[in-house]
Design a protein around this ligand. Sequence first.
Ligand code: GLA
Length: 412
Amino acid sequence: MKIISSIFFLIISITAYSQGNVYKQQATKWEGLAMTPPMGWNSWNTFETKIDEELVKQTADIMVSTGMKDAGYTYIVLDDGWMTKERDANGNLVPDPEKFPGGMKALVDYVHSKGLKFGLYNCAGTKTCAGYPGTRGFEYQDARFYASLGIDFLKYDWCNTEGINAKEAYTTMSNALKTAGKPILFSLCEWGDNQPWEWGEPVGNMWRISGDIYPCFDCEYKHPENWSSWGFMKIIDMRKGIRKYSGPDHWNDFDMLEVGNGMTYNEDKAHFSMWCMVASPLIAGNDFRSMSKETLAILTNKEMIAINQDKLGIQGFRHSDENKLEVWAKPLENGDWVITFLNRSEEKKQIDFDWQKHNIKDEINNIETKFNTVTYAVKDIWNKKQLASTKKAFKAAIAPHEVIVLKLTKNK
Ligand code: GLA
């Protein structure tokens, strides 16, 4: 009886095993395309859907002539609004011929000829957020189209997705991009609604962790349609415990930069510094054609960018917060650190930070400063000044919404 029932179960399990499911979809993004946080420019924050060929060409030219390209900005990404409102009779996406009279392929080639890379936007839903054709049901067809254009980056949004599963939708597009054969960095823009940090690593190279950014320090901007955009510190505060999910080729994306879009100089500096501290992609969102010298200087500060691009790829963390004076820390290669003081209050404050009384520890990566036994050279990055070492307390005044960023180099 025992033998008969074992044979019976064996037959049942063989039958169950052979029921159809012979192909397991692999979640295999194009790997190695974002070993440090991607840098570039995206049209949305300033231009929304008012984009065209001239704007892209001018932006590419300026990226080269101002030294932004040399500083590491590589991708030029057209966000929502680059297509016509309908697909063609064969279901293909159509770049808007009025905005792009020379054709999208020629524009991609132009950007490539400048040594830059090109990105486009679409959405996992039936329509994009601005009402253009979404990719749902057209994943492989759209991926082949992107590959035929030779693009390098796809931002993939999450509007009009009622009833679909985020992990599955993004996995399908990731697979489609892989199958189409052209390496394309896959940027998930799912706003953190379905915890992309938990499943995104094999699927994409970066994922948004929040709703849209707004150019203010700490405000919430309520749209009439019942959704909100967020000041940059709101985004910094928004998710707890996700830094362990970010790293080379799989970044937490804190959204595109608002530097140069109306905040004060100190706020712009604080915004850029915080994006460097948390190893976020650095995707500028301002109009390069009217960029001030100050904005350009912030965006191209090479020592700040080096902090963002550090090979370890560790997302920094808040070490302490005393009466709205915060201290942030990020471990770097070679045992170095960066420590950022951020004044979140509306008053000027006095910093008096005795290194010897602190031990700053990254609990996740088990790295600590050990100021008692290790001495570091200290450089104020924005003021470009070498200061006394960590043997001496650091004292300085700090204005409201200002940052002071100190690079600590281990004395060898
Ligand atoms: C969403 C995204 C934005 C932008 C717009 C375009 O709001 O989060 O970054 O892409 O859609 O419509």
